[in-house]
Design a protein around this ligand. Structure first.
Ligand code: COS
Length: 381
């Protein structure tokens, strides 16, 4: 067992670190202030091979894999969480069509997504179906060679900006997960419009939008996988998405730690740098300890998924632990900076506002604990 990055992993990390320092970090504050979605950055990320990280090279992807992906998300999130999240969602869509789509669908969509010509969004949740995703109501009724879609979807990351929406809808009247199918919905399809843009606590440069469907016609050829397979496609895609979010949380937490520890070395009170006081030292020690533990859990889950091992529980552990830790770390970073941390002169208040949602999206941390417990104990009834 080795705990060091190999040469290729180190190179990927360093390339993305430089990219983040040059292209993202200098703009993070203004993007947040202006709620600006930096589409141009996605074109540049495509040039680095980041838009198809779990997509084979035949379809324009780089197939870097989950572990290298974790390094990428961590580095990006140190600069700005929103862009890292947008990229994660895009890769979830690209990877899922590559994995569950047929050859024609891969040729058509994956190649354009992986090369950055198209941007992807993932849409499972509805206003009345969040944690209980299998209760979703948006329905697609089959008519000959197409489906008619009616209903709405909620809280869609990249919503409005994305060209392609990987969408779960009910195709049978039955309740529960078995009646759900997966579709590719293209922006501009008649009957498909966007509802309200959410006004959020943080992650301002990541658009979160409602999708509305009224008698919207989708060709049967846009269905990914068999009828009834949609819920499994969604949850299996989320296994990877949850690891990405764990990695994003590690990046935000690391960035917060760095600001706090530098501040503790410089800020003078009572005639000393405040880092001399145990009240501050213990906060920083706990922050560093939890970041390291989070990183190891993320790497382990990513490794298992790369190796084709059963990774769902490990993905949930990584996501839950890393995002809870990041919330604590960013909150304590604000505490170390005191008044300077609460105002916008330093980025720690943004880190704290942004990372809160990581305990909520891609499955709340309560849902992650359910997944972990069910895996360990079985689905007790
Ligand atoms: N990969 C593939 N299939 C999976 C899976 C996974 N990770 N997890 C569950 N499944 C399958 C199950 O095996 C089951 O299949 P069978 O009926 O053939 O046995 C089916 O999916 C239904 O699973 P389950 O009975 O566990 O579904 P529940 O309705 O009880 O829901 C939870 C399980 C609560 C864990 C699920 O709804 C969930 O993760 N909710 C959170 C949703 C979420 O993350 N939303 C965020 C969206 S992105 S912002």
């Amino acid at each position: 067992m080795k705990f060091d990055l190999d040469e290729e992993q180190t190179e990927i990390r360093d390339i993305v670190r430089r990219f983040t320092a040059q292209e993202i970090a200098p703009h993070a504050e203004s993007w947040d202030e202006l709620s600006y979605f930096p589409r141009e950055i996605y074109i540049k990320m495509a040039e680095l091979g980041l838009m198809g990280m779990t997509t084979p090279e035949t379809y324009g992807g780089s197939m870097l894999g989950r572990l290298a992906g974790a390094l990428v998300y961590e580095e990006l999130a140190k600069g700005e969480m929103a862009t890292a999240v947008g990229l994660s969602v895009h890769n979830m869509v690209t990877g899922s069509i590559a994995r569950f789509g047929n050859e024609e669908q891969r040729q058509h969509w994956v190649s354009q997504l992986a090369t950055g010509k198209l941007l992807g969004a993932f849409s499972l949740s509805e206003v009345s179906a969040g944690s209980d995703a299998a209760s979703l109501q948006c329905h697609a009724d089959r008519r000959d060679d197409h489906y008619i879609l009616n209903g709405s979807k909620a809280w869609v990351t990249n919503g409005g900006e994305a060209d392609i929406y990987l969408l779960m809808a009910r195709t049978s009247n039955g309740v529960g997960s078995a009646g759900i199918s997966c579709f590719v919905m293209e922006k501009g399809t008649p009957g498909f419009s966007f509802g309200k843009q959410e006004r959020k606590m943080g992650l301002h440069s990541s658009p979160t939008r409602e999708l509305l469907f009224e008698q919207c016609e989708i060709p049967v050829t846009n269905r990914i996988g068999a009828e009834g397979q949609g819920f499994k496609i969604a949850l299996s895609s989320l296994d990877g998405g949850r690891i990405n979010i764990g990695a994003v949380a590690v990046g935000v937490a690391q960035a917060a730690f760095e600001v706090a520890s530098n501040y503790a070395k410089e800020r003078q009170q009572f005639g000393h740098p405040i880092g001399i006081f145990q009240g501050i030292q213990f906060l920083l020690a706990d922050m560093a300890m939890k970041i390291e533990a989070s990183r190891l859990l993320v790497y382990q889950a990513a490794y298992k998924l790369d190796e084709g091992q059963s990774a769902g529980m490990y993905a949930s552990m990584a996501k839950c632990f890393a995002t809870d830790a990041a919330m604590e770390v960013t909150t304590n970073a604000v505490q170390v900076l005191g008044g300077a941390g609460y105002v916008r002169d330093y980025p720690v208040e943004r880190y704290m506002r942004d990372v809160k949602v990581a305990q909520i999206f891609e499955g709340t941390n309560q849902i992650q604990r359910i997944v972990i417990a069910r895996t360990l104990l079985g689905n007790l009834r």
